[in-house]
Design a protein around this ligand. Structure first.
Ligand code: GDP
Length: 195
């Protein structure tokens, strides 16, 4: 999809603030700093639209980006992030859990992992959790420009193995620098949202 119009509809702290539209939604999850804002910006052809929402002490929100009045990208704050209070984390964890398990408009989740490294324990828990709830998931290995092309295959198998991905589960290596994988990610989104 060629994107021209995007806006941040709402940074929601409660379900009552979620959009009332029936546009399909694709959520993006991953550890802080994994490259979520960068992937979002590449998908919507912007240099600096989505900002990382993970600064210390900042209120954590679910950010709904309206893309061409056709779908929403829902930016889910980075997990494995310890600087907010335990209470806030618990409250927010519940909101995310409810969103991911109950939101009717949700068509799939893009889970980002760093292509340079073996997925972390948090990455594994997240993937297993999504699989347990049968939520269609695309794993995107970010920063692939930092991985030499002769070890891409090895990195891919390592990610698959560590996350326990089945053979037919989707994994795409991506780079925000050279835009590798952009079209494939869009193809997955289009398939999930029936666009
Ligand atoms: P977020 O916290 O998940 O939203 O992560 P950001 O998108 O803000 O990226 C975190 C850092 O990684 C920034 O310094 C980015 O410039 C860098 N980064 C993100 N994606 C890539 C990529 O594909 N390649 C490279 N080399 N760096 C990246």
């Amino acid at each position: 999809m060629e994107v021209h119009n995007v806006d941040l509809t709402i940074s929601a702290v409660a379900e009552s603030q979620y959009p009332k539209t029936d546009y399909p939604e694709i959520a993006l999850v991953g550890r802080s700093n994994v490259g979520k804002s960068s992937l979002t910006n590449v998908l919507i052809n912007r240099r600096n639209f989505a900002h990382t929402s993970s600064q210390p002490g900042k209120t954590q929100t679910l950010n709904f980006y309206n893309v061409e009045d056709q779908l929403y990208f829902v930016d889910v704050p980075g997990y494995g992030y310890a600087k907010v209070s335990k209470k806030e984390r618990e409250r927010f964890g519940q909101m995310i859990e409810q969103y991911l398990t109950q939101r009717e408009q949700l068509r799939g989740v893009i889970q980002l992992v760093d292509a340079r490294h073996v997925p972390t324990a948090d990455d594994v828990s997240m993937y297993e959790w999504l699989a347990y709830y049968n939520i269609p998931t695309l794993v995107v290995g970010t920063k692939s420009d930092k991985v030499k092309s002769n070890v891409w295959n090895r990195q891919e198998s390592q990610i698959r193995k560590r996350l326990g991905m089945s053979a037919d589960a989707s994994l795409i290596l991506f780079s925000a620098v050279n835009k590798r994988g952009k079209d494939q990610v869009w193809q997955w989104i289009e398939k999930q949202t029936g666009m």
